[in-house]
Design a protein around this ligand. Structure first.
Ligand code: LMR
Length: 337
């Protein structure tokens, strides 16, 4: 081999080595995280915190792409997309698991089942929460965390003070049989609808009213198309952060452990801000002057409870008595007399 050829080989090798870091650097693992609410909500902010921590702590080996506001998928479609692996992470409300066949999750929709956030967390942070996550695994879904978003308020163009006020009102609900039974027990007509369609449906009068949390009423501008809001706190809204199980199990063990840590910290954050975010949203709604906020009297709430408590018993065959009893036990629930 002549001197010239040896030199060319050496130069080519040097060029290859200098290119190596770029050419052979691993492409990041992409996690598409889709959800239906605005970025400026407890769920939206929790998702942003997870992205930040996951990317920082894996030093860029993981990239989290956030898709808020149903921009990729609506309620039901997003679960299908997760099962197919088109997205890797979601945070649907617990009410969304019933239609998937995991009806036990509808226990969270029972009216007045949680007296405060601590009662809800006693369930999700204990054996009931863990058992419910196991029930998702045969569906190809792994549960990572529960995120709290506080209590439901009720709205319509009509004031909703007494149970009789609900008569004939078309009320949007999430696709939960318990929520359906709840609205019927009040004398209303429930209508299942995707979250992304709610504002328009209220504006055009397709439905008369809805239940929801203040952070969503504010960010989706529900208060602009509803004349009356009753601060009933009759139901609870929470989410499960879930992943495609095959994707998750297939991650390198060190990455998975780092992501679990990031999720743990994002969960602490999301749960810590939920109550204040909702209080602030309510204050902004009030300040807008576009709707009337009404705090029901104790007698009115007792009237609602009287109409709604039979839903617990009626839904036993759907949700499962064992699950309802386990939640009662974890929270020290006592049915009002
Ligand atoms: C809904 O459909 O009302 C909720 O799932 C919205 C949310 O906060 O995810």
């Amino acid at each position: 081999m002549g001197h010239f050829t040896t030199r060319r080989i050496a130069l080519a090798a040097a060029a290859l080595i200098s290119l190596a870091p770029a050419a052979f650097a691993q492409a990041p693992i992409v996690i598409k995280f889709s959800h239906v609410v605005a970025p400026d909500t407890p769920k939206g902010k929790g998702a942003e915190r997870f992205k930040q921590l996951a990317e920082e702590r894996t030093k860029g080996r993981v990239k989290v792409e956030l898709y808020p506001n149903s921009q990729l998928y609506k309620d039901k479609e997003e679960l299908e997309a997760l099962q197919l692996g088109s997205v890797q992470m979601l945070a649907p409300s617990l009410a969304k698991f019933g239609p998937l066949g995991v009806k036990e999750y509808e226990v969270f929709d029972l009216p007045f089942i949680f007296k405060n956030d601590a009662a809800f967390r006693a369930v999700t942070e204990g054996p009931v929460g863990a058992d419910l996550f196991k029930k998702l695994e045969p569906k190809g879904i792994k549960g990572l965390a529960y995120w709290d978003n506080g209590f439901h308020i009720m709205s319509s163009n009509k004031p909703l003070h007494h149970v009789a006020d609900f008569k004939g009102q078309k009320m949007r609900i999430q696709s939960s049989k318990v929520l359906d039974a709840q609205m019927r027990a009040l004398g209303a007509i429930p209508q299942v609808m995707a979250f992304s369609e709610l504002y328009q449906a209220l504006q055009s009068g397709v439905v008369d009213g809805t239940e929801g949390v203040p952070s969503n009423f504010w960010t989706q501008k529900i208060f602009e198309v509803q004349k009356n809001i009753t601060l009933s706190n009759h139901g609870h809204l929470a989410y499960a952060v879930i992943v495609n199980k095959k994707f998750w199990d297939g991650l390198p063990a060190d990455i998975r452990a780092t992501l679990e840590g990031a999720m743990k910290d994002a969960t602490t954050y999301a749960n810590a801000i939920a109550a204040t975010e909702n209080t602030t949203a309510l204050e902004k709604i009030k300040a807008s002057g576009k709707t009337t906020l009404y705090t029901p009297t104790e007698a009115e709430i007792n009237e609602w409870k009287k109409a709604l408590m039979p839903v617990h018993k009626d839904m036993e065959s759907r949700v499962g008595k064992a699950t309802i009893d386990a939640v009662y036990k974890a929270t020290g629930f006592a049915a009002p007399k």
